[in-house]
Every structure is written in structure tokens, then in C-alpha cells.
Design a protein around this ligand. Structure first.
Ligand SMILES: [Zn+2]
Length: 400
């Protein structure tokens, strides 16, 4: 019996400290009395938990807050600069790294563009980016609290990159490699999972709990938030919907299958079609999404039709996912989000005409506002959550 009681006390303690910190993070500056009021915890408990958080430098005290006549209370603030998180989005032709504080505010960022690099070459750019961001972090009690990497491929639940077809990576253990070099927690996940989380935390997904996030760049990845939580499937394989078949006798894909969605609805598909139509670019440069957008703005019929066709294919894929999961919201993110003006209508048309009728009425279709930063911010936020979690747990275990 004694053991059970001890275990219960420890659980209660953990829970309360988390609640106090979460209350401060949500609504600082806030007084001790207000925390007690809002959480229903008694003042003594709040005071001792606040003292622990102050000792751990996770929160700060500031000058007096608003007075309601009597003595002015001391206000508590979340110490968002107690540590910094690094989030990296490895794309097929770029690498974007951000350094954020514990609130997810971007303090520094670094973008590298490339094409057709080997794993070793990308790894060296990754190390350079991590080193650059680390050295730019202001000094703080906890320093770098974690490094997160989003990759365009299948990542197993233990962080191994099983397959990233557009990078040509098979069975890569990037996590162990990074763990050997950097003495902080390392998280690796699919870029669309991280992007979905970024949108839920900081973007257009804040108000929703069932979200399909479709990340469209050179390839397509899909992240699912179900009941407010990231859905990763049994083996973390849920993000590979870019390779669902939409044309049975379609083109060959790098994944080994045929007629995959991303062959028809990605940025790469758009660029391939533009080449076939011989849309020429001045100065013999490669055609680009940005160039096609300027053509569309100038009324170039072929360019407008290309976006229309891509939008239609995006809509077909989303419809399939939509009918399976019946989410509240669909978010289009990553590079293609900048083409909203040209692809929104054809996507919408496909969904309205073909989605099973009971689902249509509440359909919420949004384009990402974080756009190219969803993945890097999302994966940086994972690390922050893990850091706060493990910090609260380890402290309360030693106390109980
Ligand atoms: Zn494929």
C-alpha cells in the first residue's frame, strides 16, 4: 500500500508543476494568486512550485503588475531565453535551419540551396548549419536544448531514415551520426509530420484538432493531426501518402511504384510539364516555380493552365485522404503554397464535386502562412516540448 501512495504523490506532483508552468507560458505576465485562481491549486502549492521553477531558471520574476488597490503583486514571466532549439528542414534541393527560443521565436536562420548532392555532401552542409546556428545562440542557462531534423522520407519511430526516394537515401542512421557529434537530444522525423506540428502550434492549424497537412515541394508528404495529436501510424510510416497511386498505368516513380501522386501534383511535376510545353526562360536559365508565377500574373495562358492542372491533381489526392480521415481542415504547405491564387480554385472544385457529400459542408481549405518555415519550426518545437517535459519529470522524481 505504501508504494502505491508514494507513486500517486509523485504523479500528482509532476502534474501540478506542469500545470503551473503551462499556465505561466500561456498567460504571462501572471501573479502567483492568479495561477492559484486559474488552476484551482492552493496558494502554498503554487508558491513552492513557482520557487522550483525560479531555481531552475525556467521562469523569472518581474516588477509589480496591475494593482487592484492593494499591494502590487510580483509578476511571473516565462524565461523563453533559458535555452535555444535548432530545427532543420532538409529538402530535396535546399536545407533550412532555424534557431528559436523556447517560445518558438526565430532568432537566426540559415538557408543553403543545392541540387543533386550526395548524402556525405548534404551531411557536411548540415554540420556547418548546426555549428553556425549553435555559435550564434546567446549565452543561456541551458544552451542548445535539442536538435531536430525534418527529412523528405520515411522515418521509423526510432529515428532511422528508412527511405528518402527523392534524395536517394536508403537506411540512413543520421540520428546516431549526429548523436556522436553533438551532446544534446536529437530528433529526426518526416518533414510533413514536423510541418503539420508547426502549423498546429504556430500557424493556420491553431484552432483545429483534425488536420491534413499536405507539404508540396519537389515531392509530396502528408502529415496528419488527429484529435490534436500527430498521427504517426504503427511504424511512423503515415507520411508517405505522396506515393499513393492515382494513375494505375502511370509513369514510373523513384520509389519503385507507378503513377504516384507526387508525379502529377508536385513542384517537380509542374516544372516537367513546363519543359514539355517548351516554356522558355530568358538567359537559358532553368525554369522555376517563381518564374511560372510571374508568367501567370502576366496572363500567359499555358502557365495558368499548368497551375490549373496541378491544382486538379492536388485536389484528387486530397479527396482520397479526406474521404478516409474526414478532417476539419486541409492545409496546403511548403513551396507550392505561394501559388495559392492559381491552384486554390481547381483544388476546391475537385473536393466539392467529388468528396462524399456529408463531409463537404465543414470543409476548411487553408494555405500555410508559415510556408517554407513550417517544418523547421515544427521540429524545433518538438525539442522544446521534450526539454520542458523531461526537465519537469527529472526534478519531481528526485523530490518525491
Ligand atoms: Zn512513388
Amino acid at each position: 500500500m505504501k508504494n502505491v501512495k508514494t507513486w500517486n504523490q509523485s504523479v500528482v506532483k509532476k502534474g501540478n508543476k506542469t500545470i503551473v508552468l503551462e499556465t505561466i507560458i500561456e498567460s504571462f505576465p501572471i501573479s502567483r494568486a492568479k495561477i492559484a485562481n486559474r488552476t484551482g491549486l492552493n496558494k502554498g502549492t503554487v508558491s513552492s512550485l513557482v520557487q522550483e521553477l525560479l531555481d531552475e531558471k525556467l521562469i523569472d520574476e518581474s516588477g509589480p503588475g496591475e494593482s487592484s488597490g492593494g499591494r502590487r503583486p510580483v509578476m511571473l514571466l516565462f524565461n523563453e531565453v533559458a535555452g535555444y532549439s535548432i530545427g532543420i528542414d532538409i529538402g530535396v534541393n535546399y536545407l533550412l535551419g532555424v534557431l528559436t527560443d523556447l517560445q518558438g521565436n526565430i532568432c537566426n536562420e540559415h538557408l543553403v540551396k543545392f541540387s543533386n548532392l550526395s548524402y556525405e555532401e548534404i551531411k557536411s552542409k548540415l554540420f556547418d548549419t548546426i555549428d553556425l546556428l549553435t555559435s550564434s545562440a546567446p549565452s543561456s542557462p541551458y544552451g542548445i536544448i535539442g536538435i531536430g531534423i525534418g527529412v523528405p522520407g520515411i522515418v521509423s519511430n526510432d529515428g532511422k531514415i528508412v527511405l528518402a526516394p527523392n534524395l536517394g537515401w536508403v537506411n540512413i542512421d543520421l540520428q546516431s551520426t549526429l548523436q556522436k557529434k553533438y551532446d544534446v537530444p536529437i530528433i529526426i522525423d518526416n518533414e510533413a509530420n514536423a510541418g503539420a506540428y508547426g502549423e498546429k502550434r504556430f500557424g493556420v492549424g491553431k484552432e483545429f484538432s483534425d488536420i491534413i497537412y499536405v507539404s508540396i515541394g519537389i515531392g509530396i508528404g502528408v502529415g496528419l493531426i488527429l484529435n490534436g495529436e500527430l498521427y504517426k501510424g504503427n511504424n511512423g510510416f503515415s507520411g508517405e501518402l505522396g506515393h499513393m497511386t492515382i494513375e494505375v498505368h502511370g509513369e514510373n516513380c523513384r520509389c519503385g511504384s507507378k503513377g504516384c501522386w507526387e508525379l502529377y501534383a508536385s513542384e517537380q511535376a509542374l516544372l516537367n510539364k513546363a519543359k514539355q510545353l517548351e516554356i522558355t526562360v530568358p538567359n537559358n536559365e532553368e525554369t522555376s516555380l517563381e518564374y511560372l508565377l510571374t508568367l501567370a500574373e502576366d496572363g500567359h495562358k499555358d502557365a495558368i493552365q499548368l497551375f490549373d492542372k496541378i491544382g486538379e491533381y492536388i485536389g484528387i489526392g486530397i479527396k482520397n485522404i479526406f474521404n478516409t480521415f474526414n478532417p476539419e481542415q486541409v492545409i496546403i504547405g511548403n513551396r507550392i503554397a505561394v501559388a495559392e491564387k492559381w491552384i486554390k480554385e481547381p483544388i476546391h472544385k475537385r473536393l466539392i464535386n467529388q468528396t462524399l457529400w456529408p463531409h463537404q459542408e465543414n470543409l476548411q481549405l487553408n494555405f500555410s502562412e508559415l510556408s517554407t518555415h513550417s517544418t523547421a519550426l515544427g521540429i524545433a518545437a518538438y525539442s522544446i516540448e521534450n526539454f520542458l517535459d523531461s526537465n519537469l519529470k527529472s526534478k519531481s522524481e528526485t523530490i518525491s
